[in-house]
Design a protein around this ligand. Structure first.
Ligand code: ADP
Ligand code: MG
Length: 357
């Protein structure tokens, strides 16, 4: 049989992108297709909508099977990936493709820990990521990243002084904690707090970013609503523990983000402290806060469930030392954040594609 491009494209049309619900050829994802009959090798490049796409293994195996079905099992198939992150951006932050808020109603459920580790996991997958500590009443990102003494520089751009974010673990970081002495209280009232936050966002020289993760203060008040209205974020990630009280507050956050004057799409729900696990009793999971509260919330509001993180002593210990768990050698620990990062990236791409239709 003489191999033609048409043969190979027909084979590739049987591979469906489960999010786009379209085959990879018609979706315009196949970029470079080449083959060598002597070596019995096909190679191609697949363009993804995010470098953190969790479907790489899926695509690789389905493409290989599709090609081997029309040629033969002897052929090897090389799939490489490139990505162009989708995301609408906004007028006030044109260099940021996706502004993502980490929200929940309740304090202490793990927003800041998730924000830091999600940002790092996305950056490790090749995305350009920024992290803004918007909890201006109690900034904790400097501690979580071991940046208690960091002092951002200022540079002029087009006649305007801009703060230069601090780069740590591959992430561009800004926090009010860098600008006020540690331990000093910031007793701002609503409008002033919102204004400070707006300033931190627009007066930081973020550069081009695929994702800007915003660690929000607890609650469903003025700061959240003002930020949503002024910046039109691409999505909010809701974090909760399985506990009834935490879930009730997470519901309030979902309702707030869905209010007609707010309208921030919900990316999905992360369940933190899903169960307690200890290496001393490796076969047991202790559901101390109840079971599956976050998962049920995702079902109720018909939003993606983005994953769960167990309650682990090592998360507290590492976080307190400024050593994010996402960078741990412990595969189990790092994998929990990698999984969530992949699911977040995937859900954000889906939202971008839906809103561009
Ligand atoms: N999965 C987890 N396992 C154990 N401790 C956690 C976990 N997630 C967060 N923590 C700890 O819980 C406390 C509160 O987390 P934090 O991220 O600061 O919450 P928030 O920003 O919502 O107030 C911190 O001490 C943090 O180290
Ligand atoms: Mg916090």
């Amino acid at each position: 049989m003489r191999i033609t491009e048409a043969h190979l494209y027909d084979a590739l049309r049987t591979v469906i992108d489960p999010d786009l619900r379209q085959n990879i050829v018609d979706a315009g994802m196949v970029k470079g297709l080449a083959w060598n009959e002597e070596d019995q090798r096909v190679s191609l490049t697949l363009q993804l909508t995010t470098p953190a796409c969790p479907l790489k293994d899926y695509f690789r195996s389905h493409i290989t099977t599709a090609i081997q079905t029309v040629l033969s099992k002897e052929w090897t198939v090389q799939v490489s990936f490139i990505s162009q992150t989708v995301g609408g951006g906004s007028e006030s932050l044109p260099q940021v493709k996706n502004l993502l808020l980490i929200g929940s109603g309740k304090g202490g459920v793990g927003k800041s820990t998730l924000a830091v580790n999600l940002a790092i996991a996305l950056a490790r997958m090749g995305a350009r990521v920024g992290l803004l500590d918007a909890d201006i009443y109690g900034p904790s990102i400097p501690i979580l990243l071991g940046l208690e003494h960091a002092k951002p520089q200022v540079r002029e751009r087009e006649g305007r002084p801009l703060l230069i974010p601090i780069r740590k673990y591959g992430v561009e970081v800004m926090s009010l904690g860098f600008l006020v002495p540690p331990g000093q209280a910031t007793p701002w009232r609503g409008p002033m707090a919102s204004n400070t936050l707006r300033q931190l966002l627009v007066e930081t020289d973020w550069g081009e970013l695929d994702y800007l993760i915003v660690d929000m203060p607890p609650g469903t008040g003025d700061i959240q609503i003002t930020l949503a209205q002024q910046f039109r974020p691409q999505g909010a990630i809701i974090i909760t523990t399985p506990q009834k009280l935490a879930c009730a507050d997470a519901e309030k956050a979902i309702t707030m983000f869905r209010m007609p004057l707010v309208q921030v799409p919900i990316v999905g729900i992360v369940e933190n402290m899903a169960y307690f696990w200890t290496p001393e009793l490796p076969d047991r999971k202790f559901y101390i806060f109840g079971e599956s509260g976050g998962r049920m919330l995702a079902q109720k509001y018909e939003v993606p469930f983005l994953g769960e993180i167990p309650l682990l002593e090592s998360i507290v210990q590492r976080s307190d030392k400024g050593l994010p768990p996402a960078l741990s050698d412990d595969v189990f620990l790092a994998a929990a954040y990698d999984t969530i990062a992949g699911e977040v990236a995937r859900a954000v791409s889906r939202l971008a594609l839906v809103s561009s239709v």
